[in-house]
Design a protein around this ligand. Structure first.
Ligand code: NI
Ligand code: MN
Length: 234
């Protein structure tokens, strides 16, 4: 497995990922905990999570954003309208950015990049417009460049993500149905040029049938598709 230069990436099932840098900065992406059938049993989040990133407004990505941000003192970073929405739900510290922008979060530079997916936040009042779906590239001081695609189809401009940011580790949805599956993700891997692939957004619910093994058969030699389980860290 490629060296992650002291950065730890813990998969908490579905698209929920905790990144801990060598310096100790915790960044939580897309918290889906109470309703997540694949959340690792008994896993305790670290006490301090200074930053939370949200890729889009669907419930399987933001349903625990408000309680976790309150309990762990997180600044919530998301596209402008989604940050605003989470703020209206009671999160006091939000940062509303937009596609193409980069914000510095201690030793992590977080860049918001394209995704091809819908976005909308559903609650008792209906469905709210919360901007478009996004992905994040995390460029860690003295560490690797990570890409979390959020929910997305494969798209040609993943080549631009490669040109601009040079991601080494890519967290890609592979379940199919709501996102790309292994066939599409294999093309994404080629466009991105990342050598370590961490599959996410598969196996959580019955329609998400794609597997890391299927993807592993389709990628070029020299690319590692990590066959990990929720709770695993690399
Ligand atoms: Ni979604
Ligand atoms: Mn999703």
């Amino acid at each position: 497995m490629a060296s992650q230069k002291g950065t730890r990436i813990t998969w908490l099932g579905h698209a929920t990922v905790l990144v801990t840098t060598a310096k100790g900065t915790n960044v939580l992406i897309d918290p889906f905990i109470s309703g997540n059938p694949k959340y690792p049993k008994g896993y305790e989040l670290p006490a301090k999570i200074p930053y939370m990133l949200l890729t889009h407004g669907h419930g399987d990505h933001i349903s625990d954003a408000v309680p976790v941000a309150k309990k762990h003192g997180s600044k919530v970073v998301a596209i402008y309208e989604l940050a605003d929405y989470v703020g209206s739900q009671g999160v006091s510290d939000t940062m509303g950015m937009n596609l193409g922008g980069t914000v510095q979060l201690d030793d992590v530079a977080a860049s918001m990049v394209d995704a091809k997916h819908s976005s909308g936040a559903q609650d008792q009042q209906g469905v709210h417009y919360v901007g478009v779906a996004a992905g994040f590239v995390l460029t860690i001081d003295g560490g690797p460049v990570l890409y979390h695609a959020g929910d997305t189809a494969v798209f040609g401009d993943m080549a631009l993500i490669r040109d601009v940011y040079h991601p080494e580790v890519a967290m890609l949805p592979i379940g199919g149905y709501y996102t790309m599956g292994p066939r599409e993700a294999a093309v994404a891997v080629r466009l991105l040029g990342a050598k370590t692939i961490l599959p996410i957004h598969f196996g959580t619910f019955p329609p998400l049938t794609g597997t890391p093994k299927e993807l592993a058969k389709l990628v070029d030699a020299g690319v590692e598709v990590v066959d990990w389980k929720p709770g695993d860290a690399i």
